[in-house]
Design a protein. Structure first.
Length: 205
């Protein structure tokens, strides 16, 4: 058990090395229990989001389409409710609550992804809960929207839009939507592009 090893390092007086190893293990581990144990070792029990979904999310209607309005233009998404039902429902729940309104794209890598949904604006924030991974055979091609995470079952509110095809992401992240209108807008997104609102569309809208 790595935590026992880290405790041994710390007791031997090498606490700096132990903490550094714990930080690296948290960053790469897909084991939530291990990450929780390592966070406890670091004295950061509150750093990991609550795995329980918020009350009321199950009653939230899951829509088929959402419109992301940005200061660069509008992007229409088709939600993949069949392959990622929990993620789609959580995204709709956050959108209906106005969670995304006013947030910025904080990470944009041309030819790769544009990422947003962090309330802190630095890539370390979230909604206070974590989502299960819903991996599928959906390919991560341009226009596909995935849920960002830091390991298995750690997704929350941060999402990324693919700016090109990258099959190395296939089956690794939850793909929960795809761009159906507004593709040219993707190439105009930069760090600091603001989300004005995320609107849930009724059938026929």
């Amino acid at each position: 058990m790595p935590v026992v090893y880290l405790d041994g390092l710390a007791e031997a007086g090498d606490s700096t090395a132990a903490r550094a190893k714990a930080e690296r293990l948290i960053a790469v581990s897909d084991d939530r229990n291990l990450r929780e144990a390592l966070s406890s070792f670091l004295g950061r029990e509150d750093d990991l989001p609550d795995a329980r979904l918020p009350e009321g999310i199950e009653e939230c209607g899951c829509y088929d389409r959402v419109l992301i309005r940005t200061d660069e233009g509008d992007i229409l998404l088709d939600l993949l409710t069949d392959t990622a039902p929990v993620t789609c429902r959580a995204f709709c729940w956050l959108a209906r609550a106005g969670f995304y309104d006013g947030l910025y794209f904080h990470r944009v890598i041309p030819g790769f992804v544009a990422q947003a949904g962090c309330p802190q604006g630095n890539g370390y924030g979230g909604p206070g809960f974590s989502l299960p991974n819903e991996r599928s055979l959906v390919r991560f091609r341009r226009g596909v929207v995935g849920m960002a995470d830091s390991g298995l079952d750690t997704g929350g509110s941060q999402f990324f839009i693919m700016l090109d095809d990258h099959n190395r992401l296939d089956c690794r992240y939850t793909a929960f939507a795809s761009v159906s209108e507004g593709d040219p807008i993707l190439d105009r997104i930069v760090v600091g592009t603001r989300i004005l609102s995320v609107n849930l569309l009724q059938p026929g809208d």
